[in-house]
Design a protein around this ligand. Structure first.
Ligand code: GLP
Length: 248
């Protein structure tokens, strides 16, 4: 793992932008794996600015997203489909047909998972962006998910639902109980993974991921086995790391 420690959230977002920009410049028709959550918003703002400045273009870029809630219409303001459009897609020059997210709005969810998995088989991510949950989850792969998992339905843990209640009028009862997520194997299949970690609340998860056992108890620790992982972490999240691991 390459670990880049930044001063703060803004610098983390800028560094992440530079890494993604370089992939987009080297391969204009690249496949970007994208994530939701508050952590990548600064990166998305930088991507929007990059398009405005004519530094990058999404004209030939395709995207695959990590996850989506189950039984939440795509038009709902808290669906990940809406989130991605609001935070990024509506503000850059991407073609709608090049945007892919798991479909959790309705229908046979097992079939929806299989279809997304098939799509991922044809669309290997050149770079996959990740955030991390306080319990070490990536996508919605909660602790004890098999490292061999592919796209599947998950029951969200009480903690994850509580964490996400802030997006649902602060009422945990409004948070969906299930989601469809890429599995850990789908994430590991990416050619490169960039994981963004910010804030003191993520310090323990960062330590477990980087320095703990490579074990499903911390889903993000699977990344210890990936050949091309870049951790971009701000100082507040890096406080528990052993200094020897930090190679700026
Ligand atoms: C959600 C998402 C994850 C994300 C995590 C952390 O559970 N499914 O992909 O990494 O939240 O979110 P945040 O970046 O807001 O801390």
């Amino acid at each position: 793992m390459k670990i880049i420690v930044t001063k703060d959230y803004a610098e983390m977002s800028k560094k992440a932008y530079e890494l993604i920009r370089d992939v987009m410049l080297a391969k204009p028709n690249c496949i970007l794996g994208l994530a939701t959550g508050s952590t990548p918003i600064g990166l998305y703002d930088n991507l929007i600015a990059g398009v405005k400045n004519n530094e990058i273009t999404f004209k030939n870029v395709k995207t695959v997203n990590l996850d989506e809630y189950v039984n939440l219409p795509r038009a709902h303001k808290e669906s990940y489909f809406s989130f991605m459009h609001e935070k990024l897609f509506n503000k850059v020059d991407i073609l709608e047909e090049n945007i892919n997210l798991p479909f959790g709005a309705f229908g046979d969810m097992n079939k929806n998972c299989d279809e997304y998995n098939e799509l991922l088989g044809k669309m290997r991510q050149d770079i996959q962006v990740l955030g991390i949950g306080g319990n070490g989850h990536i996508g919605f792969n909660e602790p004890n998910t098999s490292f061999k998992s592919v796209t599947h339905i998950v029951d969200l843990t009480e903690n994850t639902r509580k964490d996400n209640a802030r997006f649902f009028e602060n009422d945990v009862d409004n948070v969906p109980t299930q989601a469809i997520t890429m599995g850990i194997q789908n994430i590991m299949d990416a050619k490169c993974v960039i994981i963004l970690i910010s804030g003191a609340g993520k310090a323990a998860a960062a330590k477990a991921m980087i320095e703990g056992a490579c074990d499903p108890i911390c889903p993000a620790s699977a990344l210890q086995n990936h050949k091309n992982v870049i951790v971009v972490i701000d100082e507040a999240a890096a406080t528990l790391l052993n200094k020897k691991n930090l190679n700026n």
